[in-house]
Design a protein around this ligand. Structure first.
Ligand SMILES: [Zn+2]
Length: 299
């Protein structure tokens, strides 16, 4: 498999489509092939909107196939850009599609706090598993962003650099998603991600309430290796953002959450309403995240 040019992946062999077939209790595997000439080898995959586009190397026929999505293709493009091998994802998420942002990752100093601050008391009460509530929110936010970037063409073209997007915007929108989850968790005095509903995070990012989220600075310092508060660059950007930049990050964060809600509702086997979608709903599809993308050094 090779990156033909940005946006296209050419396979050296066949692309095997795998589908679970419940009735016979096994996976059904079949090679993707050109409907015009039958060729199954050296096909090229690209994207057409949210769909995958397949191109035949022999007769030049181009077609879309419902079993090949832009989400599949963008994951392979991302891995190729990182110099890593990939296989056809078959509709699954096999990596985190998130643009790296090369900048200083030093954490900001711990914000000042007093013992009877209700937020500190709540954060202490959350320390029943590894990490703080904010580290859990950062992990959730990055995975939600990854799904949206890989799946939604509008989000992809604005947040993924090789598609013309901005890695800073991807990062800041994701930090805002994390802060909105953290705020909702505090309001509900939640101690687990399962208790956080994404629709409420959307409300927290409404034009008025979002100002409060912008000024939020998680406090509790727990694990020397985990980012418990914002890093210096993010605190600075939050403090000094031009109104139009802030508004773009806010809208993008809302878009990521709304995409996530709709996508989870659409792919749920149970009938689930948008209000019921929770921050932990896709936890089993997440990749281990040591949060080194967020922080390197501490002060
Ligand atoms: Zn063909």
């Amino acid at each position: 498999m090779a990156l033909a040019d940005w946006g296209h992946i050419q396979f050296s062999g066949e692309i095997t489509i795998t589908r679970y077939v419940g009735e016979i209790g096994d996976d059904l595997r079949e090679p993707l092939h050109c409907p015009e000439c039958g060729t199954a080898e050296r096909l090229t995959l690209g994207t057409q909107g949210d769909e995958g586009l397949v191109v035949c190397p022999i007769c030049g026929h181009e077609w879309t196939d419902s079993r090949v999505t832009a989400r599949d293709v963008r994951q392979m493009l991302h891995l190729a850009a990182m110099g890593q091998p990939s296989a056809f994802p078959n509709g699954q998420m096999q990596t985190v599609v998130f643009p790296p942002l090369d900048e200083d990752r030093t954490l900001a100093p711990q914000p000042e706090w007093v013992d009877d601050d209700p937020r500190v008391r709540w954060e202490l009460g959350c320390l029943i598993s590894t990490g703080t509530m904010f580290t859990h929110c950062l992990r959730a936010a990055r995975h939600l962003s990854s799904f949206a970037i890989a799946s939604d063409t509008g989000v992809y073209t604005r947040l993924y650099p090789q598609a013309g997007g901005s890695a800073v915007d991807a990062h800041m929108a994701t930090v805002l998603v994390a802060l909105s989850l953290y705020e909702i968790a505090f309001q509900a005095r939640a101690t687990k991600m399962f208790e956080i509903r994404l629709a409420q995070a959307v409300s927290a990012l409404g034009p008025e309430r979002a100002r409060r989220v912008k000024d939020l600075r998680p406090i509790f310092d727990f694990d020397p290796d985990a980012p418990c508060h914002l890093r210096v660059t993010d605190a600075n950007r939050m403090d000094t953002a031009e109104a139009h930049d802030w508004e773009r990050w806010r809208r993008t964060a809302v878009e990521i959450l709304e995409f996530s809600i709709q996508d989870i509702v659409n792919h749920s086997h149970l009938s689930k309403s948008a209000d019921e979608v929770r921050a932990s709903d896709r936890e089993r599809q997440w990749y281990p995240d040591d949060l080194t993308w967020y922080t390197g050094n501490r002060v």
